[in-house]
Write a protein that binds this ligand. Structure first.
Ligand SMILES: [Zn+2]
Length: 598
């Protein structure tokens, strides 16, 4: 069978340049070389051709062929007389994210879509890639080895789906159920390799138990220790970027969450997937209304897997869930953008956020996860806890994922109702296509876990005097960021005090009532101390001009929500809770004053 051959080299890695060659036989006419515009799993047109230089072509005898740029991402090449096309180009790879490539003196991290142009019409053919690493560098990739520094992929999609880590990285190898797993770790930090492998093993086992087996022949975690956090899913591997010093305390919980999330995509997203998500057209947007399944359900299971793997306590799971609900309830965009639309428009909205995003959009990760929670509860309620969302995932896996065929739109909706034994559309459709408030009552009914406001304890006050009223919190609606020591407004939430007062995103806060403010806390404190109904003079630089805004001093009850198991949960509720979290949750220690179910 014909084979497309690539060769990559980094003669001067410190310059960030990657040299790429492509060789194809059986080229009988003019052809077109195409650089992808996007990389699967990350829904933004990145136009990778912008990093390409020196595109040249020749025939099998190295006689030059004319190359013409044909559009923003492709080149037309004249027909070679001998049927062999050779093309070569140089890519500037200097972007350290999981969706791009990064080459420097320490390593070459290659994301295929950003480096390998393809020959139009020949993406189904097997691919061979030969790497010429600098002396002393090793290569880690999920592609099949086929000789020294040579790898093969079944087709172009597999090449692009198999990032390469090339350098002096550490490799940690172990097996789960006889299936090889490994980490390739680039960079230094406070990681504990033995603990990371042990905890990752528990995550792999928890996900295997949910789905009923491991879907891949081997799995590679490419882990970059630098700054920031991100992950990109692949079929037999994943690329992860975390803060180098995030392996202790809460930071480590977030690392494990990233691991659990990206691994979950080996099932949900890469194999079990909407039909538009593979095979791919790399030149145009892959529109889908179902990222609430791909990302939302994965996000729901991320923390649930950490809980079921015993890596977080049941109450910690509920706390994280309550944090997610709190953040969602604070986002005015939930009344504007339906969930399906958030998925469909991700190319122009979620991946291209601006100052107005909190007011106009929601995250399909976040709302999708909350919808998954409510569906899980609805199924348990309708079936007396005989079935759950886990059964939906397994049935979808059996029918679509295991066959590795994309499902048509609406499939998940139908299977949800099938497993519930009742038509869930009246519950589900408004959550997908409407913008009404989510109803968390099912959580209380089913599990005896109640959502309430985080009212602080208000017992007897000092020296037996009556306790002060529970504190309120300032509601400025201004989300601030510190930029080079300056306090700048990032977002102004629609309808808030700051919004009504005319604060603008981009305003630099200078003073409140004539006194300098240097931290977000100072503003909060001044609002709390102001008399109710009064206003504060807020001095800001707006486009370098001093402007004073009169900010109403508004306070509200605490907006943070908490989830607690109620004391008088029924045995049935306790049973569902135990099955859901694979454990029991102690009831809240004392009734909280003013706590009301939401
Ligand atoms: Zn994801």
């Amino acid at each position: 069978m014909a084979r497309i051959r690539y060769r990559v080299r980094f003669p001067e890695p410190h310059t960030h340049m990657v040299g790429v060659e492509l060789e194809a036989e059986g080229v009988t006419g003019p052809s077109r070389l195409v650089m992808p515009s996007w990389t699967p799993g990350s829904y933004l047109m990145r136009e990778f051709a912008r990093n390409v230089m020196h595109m040249e072509a020749a025939d099998g005898s190295w006689r030059p062929l004319a190359v013409r740029k044909a559009d923003r991402g492709s080149w037309e090449v004249d027909a070679p007389a001998d049927g062999v096309l050779r093309a070569r180009w140089v890519v500037n790879a200097d972007e350290l994210t999981v969706r791009t490539s990064h080459v420097d003196a320490t390593h070459a991290a290659i994301n295929g879509a950003s480096v390998f142009a393809y020959l139009e019409g020949r993406t189904d053919e097997p691919v061979e890639i030969a790497v010429e690493p600098p002396a002393g560098w090793r290569i880690t990739t999920a592609m099949e080895p086929a000789g020294e520094n040579v790898f093969t992929a079944a087709d172009y999609d597999e090449l692009v789906d198999s990032p390469l880590e090339i350098g002096t990285h550490r490799v940690l190898e172990w097996e789960v159920d006889g299936v090889p797993h490994r980490y390739a770790v680039w960079g230094r930090g406070n990681d504990d390799p033995a603990r990371l492998v042990a905890d990752t093993t528990r995550i792999v086992q928890a996900e295997r138990d949910l789905w009923g087996g491991l879907p891949y022949p081997h799995f590679t975690f490419i882990l970059h220790l630098a700054s920031g956090q991100g992950g990109l899913e692949h079929r037999n591997s994943t690329a992860l970027l975390v803060d180098r010093f995030s392996f202790r305390g809460m930071g480590y919980e977030s690392v494990l969450g990233l691991v659990a999330h990206e691994l979950f995509h080996a099932w949900n997203g890469k194999r079990l997937r909407p039909e538009v998500l593979g095979p791919f057209d790399y030149t145009r947007e892959a529109y889908t209304r179902e990222l609430w399944v791909v990302e939302g359900f994965t996000t729901y299971y991320t923390d649930l897997v950490l809980r079921r793997a015993g890596l977080i306590t049941p109450q910690r799971y509920l706390d994280k869930l309550a944090e997610m609900i709190t953040r969602f309830q604070q986002q005015p965009g939930r009344g504007v953008q339906p969930l399906e639309e958030s998925s469909f428009d991700t190319w122009i909205k979620f991946y291209r956020p601006d100052a107005n995003s909190p007011n106009a959009t929601i995250s399909y990760y976040q709302k999708g996860a909350l919808v998954a929670l409510l569906l899980d509860m609805a199924i348990r309620e309708h079936t007396g806890n005989a079935r759950s969302l886990d059964d939906v995932m397994r049935l979808l896996w059996e029918r679509w994922g295991a066959r590795d065929v994309g499902f048509p739109e609406g499939t998940v909706q139908a299977v949800l109702s099938e497993v519930a034994g009742t038509d869930l559309s009246p519950v589900l459709v408004p959550m997908l296509r409407g913008t009404g408030e989510l109803d968390f009552g099912g959580l209380l009914r089913t599990t005896g876990v109640m959502l309430s406001r985080a009212e602080p304890y208000a017992g007897p006050g000092m020296a037996g005097l009556p306790a002060p009223p529970p504190p309120r919190e300032p509601e400025t609606g201004m989300q601030l960021r510190v930029e080079g020591g300056r306090l700048v407004v990032a977002h102004v939430l629609a309808g808030s005090a700051g919004w009504r007062a005319g604060v603008n995103a981009g305003d630099e806060l200078v003073a409140v009532n004539g006194f300098r403010i240097t931290s977000p806390d100072t503003l909060q404190q001044r609002v709390l101390e102001a008399a109710p109904g009064s206003t504060l003079d807020l001095t800001v630089f707006r486009r370098d001009e001093l402007v004073t805004v009169r900010l109403p001093a508004v306070t509200v009850p605490p907006s943070r929500l908490v989830l607690r198991a109620v004391k008088d949960a029924t045995p049935a509720q306790q049973a569902v809770l135990a099955d859901w979290l694979r454990t029991t949750v102690p009831a809240a220690p004392a009734a909280q004053p003013g706590a009301t179910s939401l």
